[in-house]
Design a protein around this ligand. Sequence first.
Ligand code: SF4
Length: 385
Amino acid sequence: MTDFAHTLNAWPAERIADGLAAARPADVEAALSAQERGPRELLALLSPAARAYLEPMAAEAQRLTRWHFGRTISLYAPLYISNLCAADCVYCGFAARSMNREKRVTLNPAQIEMECAALAAHGFESVLLLTGEAPKTVTVGYIAQAVSLARRHFASVSAEIYAIDEAEYRQLVAEGLEGVTLYMETYHRPTYAEVHLLGGKADYDYRLGAMERAGAAGARKLNIGALLGLFEPRADAFWTALHGRHLQRVCWRSALGISFPRLLHTPERFDVRYKVTDADLVQIMLAMRLFLPESGFNLSTREAPALRDRLIPLGVTHMSAGSSTQPGGYATYRRGEADERTNFREVLEQFAIDDQRPVNEVVAAIRRAGYDPVWKDYDHAFDRA
Ligand code: SF4
């Protein structure tokens, strides 16, 4: 059992629920003015009592974010290279039991090049490669080749793939992988077992240890998150924040990032049990910013344009833009373009996105908010320093 598993055992859901219910306005005020914030302060900031303090929390979140990151938002794009998946996560459009065999594709090297070139033409310098979980066909060797191809086009390449061993993460880092994104989805073990029915992802403990393995293998960015809506969102936010602190301690060479994916569009067979309102999401982001002032915060195109724009000054540091959640969505199987290179076919997407604005409109929105869009936030020259 990892150190962090012990920490989780010390904070069961019931203890968190009691702490949230017991928090009073005086606890929130003390948490707001504290120099150092620990689990007790985090609970107060996540509690219902803190809902009346969103304004001062936002002011403090903005101050901390500007102190650590300036007035910048780094842009990145997701690039799905395969939608094959042998796992069965009941909330996901790629799940094995959602079938759609005819809509499954794995991009070949030429197609990956074409997708990379299309994104690079928009100005992106950071890309996130994504796959489902099909390790027998979408092997670590294939992903390593994709990383190597992407490095020809982008200064920074990250991957959001299935959990792998440390030696396998090393193989990807050797090809130029900079970051690893891997969400625990929910830290609540019984709920985790209910929604992850097949495949390697059903192994809670192996997934929980993945980011430590990625850090040990040399990944310079570790990005974690919980899929908000699977379990009580304040509890999952609390556990995510503790996981972040743990990773900052044990993987101190790596920069920590947090994402806030919220379940909005799900397959018919799955109902979102814990609806997360906009106000819930805002409070969670603010509380986590006050607890983790130095970590990057990512906001994807899952969220609607108006909310994304409102969140820019409240702690966000990284945003995706112009995204497609299907393999080949930028060039290879692009919809409705009379372009000879494209060969349109219906390809399964992982989930629908709510911010469908083109990249230039997202860039304009960032500028309107008084922030500078940053295309490249890392230089491999630092590796040699
Ligand atoms: S969440 Fe990932 S592993 Fe699970 S079904 Fe979707 S693509 Fe597969």
